[in-house]
Design a protein around this ligand. Sequence first.
Ligand code: ADP
Ligand code: MG
Length: 227
Amino acid sequence: MSILLKANHISKKYNTNINHFELKPSSISLEKGKIYILKGKSGSGKSTLLNIIGGMDRPTSGSVFFNNHSFYDLSDNEQSKIRNEKFGFIFQSFNLIPEMTVEDNIILPKYFNKNLKIDTNKISTIAAELGIKSLLHSKPSQLSGGEQQRVAIARALITSPEIIFADEPTGNLDSFNSKVIAELLVNVVLSRNTTLVLVTHEENLIEHQHVKLCMLNGELVVEEEHV
Ligand code: ADP
Ligand code: MG
């Protein structure tokens, strides 16, 4: 068993005039190559948790260890380097750049990391795997929602990250496409031995041997662990 990312008693407090929210101290160890499915009601703190373990938002207390380094104790440069090179992110709203072609959207991480080498073979292999090879020269607005999310998945995979964080990636899709895209994501990640934390309500993923997590009363609980 190899632990890739570990969250130790991470908590978060939001106190604004309009709302109070508290992520109660939560801990989780994420293993290399495993799939974690995170569920929970809207507003229960799923995105808050994902942002903390994804290195985008410092917890109020507790620590996040990535490859045994305390992430938020690293310099800003080291943190960005890990986010750019080792982490992949997929969001509900696709986050594609409308002016860029599909191909340029896929290789977008290159613009943030000059050392990143992406050869054309890699682009076409990933595009073919995701069924978007014929769309490489199109613009996002010419694509359906499902196709746009395939592009976002390709972009997350292009750097060969060690872990992918996907926050309700099928939340904007119809139920048919939601199932197809969720399964596709799980399969491309499994074939690479990449770790995945997936926030989703897709019930069809339950048949897979993944770890089920749930945000319950402000706390992260491990519901079921298959070994
Ligand atoms: P979920 O992803 O499960 O729907 P979130 O993690 O987005 O839940 O939000 C949990 C709670 O934290 C919500 O009540 C939300 O309004 C609040 N919240 C999230 N981000 C912020 C923020 N930056 N400032 C203040 N409150 C926030
Ligand atoms: Mg959310």
